[in-house]
Design a protein around this ligand. Structure first.
Ligand code: PLP
Length: 402
């Protein structure tokens, strides 16, 4: 058995999505910008349909949707594009510490370019404090960028309240919705969202395609483009459109929208089954993130006295990710877990399980069995765990200096 529980990293393309895409590689290969023949019109019609499918899911107008190469580009376009366009109004941007790198790195880039960026902290559950956000908004603030659902810990931010605050204070609100688009209801009107990013491959669409919602009325949001060329996508994103990819994103959005009401509770129940199964059989296990305000697909758990990387090696038929970024030589504990105040030890002990459309109850039960066995095996080799079992309070131990 091989179990995939890394859906927050990427998802397989849904067979129905692939079917929808195939004709646009073959007979319907036209350039959506070709205005003089049927090949172009056919491609343009397909892109128009995808715009409607994406817009529908977030209560936007089709014309508000721009297609990009993915959410990394979308976040860069929203952040750098708005910062450049509105620089005369101010050079202050607000974000928060647990954003994806595709938001944090553009923000750091803006800092280098002379902007001021406020990185709000989060509480132990991963949420920002609205009073702190209100206080951070200054006369020169142009943009607030706060993600909806966190990719590592699953915590949802209160985007409706954030949007309301931004509207009151006259600043633009951008939200990275990669992990919630198609999984949790989103309404850009009700939430006062001006800019929103999503990605195809997180919702059973293809990799290399994404979309940005750019509000056109009340207020009309304009972005300085990253790419200059043929003036595609209202001049904000030039380049021949990736028609098969866009068709795939549209089909994926439609399927996700159709299934959301049943798929959300189904996956949440499997996630809870996994959590309860682990907690029932293992001690010293903590769940990271918010207890209730979380996306249905994510469970992030720390197994004290066990190293996440060793645990993954001990159950190599279960595809998950750990709380350490195993980059080259250094084992850096997750900056997201650190921001919650999780100590480095427990951050190193954490595993992210992320579930999805093809996850079954049998897979969850098998995973529980495999994780419990691997954790027990590793703890049996841990002298610290043995001491704790014997009743020693590790915090009270006076370790002998050398
Ligand atoms: C995956 C992801 C991204 C990056 O999306 P790509 O389309 O892979 O560039 C950005 N933000 C979040 C929250 C993500 O989960």
């Amino acid at each position: 058995m091989k179990v995939y529980l890394d859906y927050n990293a990427t998802t397989p393309v849904d067979p129905a999505v692939l079917e929808a895409m195939l004709p646009y590689f073959r007979e319907r290969f036209g350039n959506a910008a070709s205005r003089s023949h049927a090949f172009g019109w056919e491609a343009e019609a397909a892109v128009k349909r995808a715009r409607e499918q994406v817009a529908e899911l977030i209560n936007a107008q089709p014309e508000d949707i721009l297609f990009t190469s993915g959410a990394t580009e979308g976040n860069n376009l929203a952040l750098k594009g708005a910062a450049a366009m509105y620089a005369e109004q101010g050079k202050h941007v607000i974000t928060q510490v647990t954003e994806h790198k595709a938001v944090l790195d553009p923000c750091k880039y803006l800092e280098q370019k002379g902007y001021r960026v406020t990185f709000l902290p989060v509480d132990a559950t991963g949420r920002i404090d609205l009073a702190q956000l209100a206080e951070a908004i200054k006369p020169d603030t142009i943009l607030v960028s706060i993600m909806h659902g966190n990719n590592e810990i699953g915590t949802l931010q209160p985007i409706a309240e954030i949007g309301r605050l931004c509207k009151e204070r006259g600043v633009l609100f951008h939200t990275d919705c990669c992990q919630t688009f198609g999984k949790v209801p989103i309404d850009v009107q009700a939430c006062g969202i001006d800019l929103l990013t999503c990605s195809g491959h997180k919702i059973y669409g293809p990799k290399g395609v994404g979309a940005v919602y750019v509000r056109r009325t009340r207020p009309r949001v304009r972005l300085e483009p990253l790419l200059h060329g043929g003036g595609h996508e209202r001049g904000m994103r030039s380049g021949t459109l990736n028609v098969p990819g866009i068709v795939g994103l549209g089909a994926a959005a439609e399927i996700a929208g159709r299934q959301m009401a049943t798929e959300g509770p189904r996956v949440a129940a499997l996630r809870d089954r996994l959590r309860d199964g682990l907690l029932a059989q293992l001690d010293h296990v903590t769940v990271n993130g918010h207890p209730t305000e979380r996306i249905p697909t994510n469970l992030n758990v720390s197994f004290a006295f066990v190293e996440g990387e060793s645990l993954m090696m001990g159950m190599d038929d279960i595809a998950v990710s750990s709380g350490s970024a195993c980059t080259s030589a250094s084992l850096e504990p997750s900056y997201v877990l650190r921001a919650l105040g999780v100590g480095d030890d427990l951050a190193h002990s954490s595993i992210r399980f992320s579930l999805g459309r093809f996850t079954t109850e049998a897979e969850i039960d098998y995973t529980i069995e495999r994780v419990v066995a691997a954790v027990r095996r590793l703890r049996a080799m841990s002298p610290l765990y043995e001491m704790v079992q014997e009743g020693v309070d590790l915090k009270a131990v006076q370790w002998q200096p050398h």
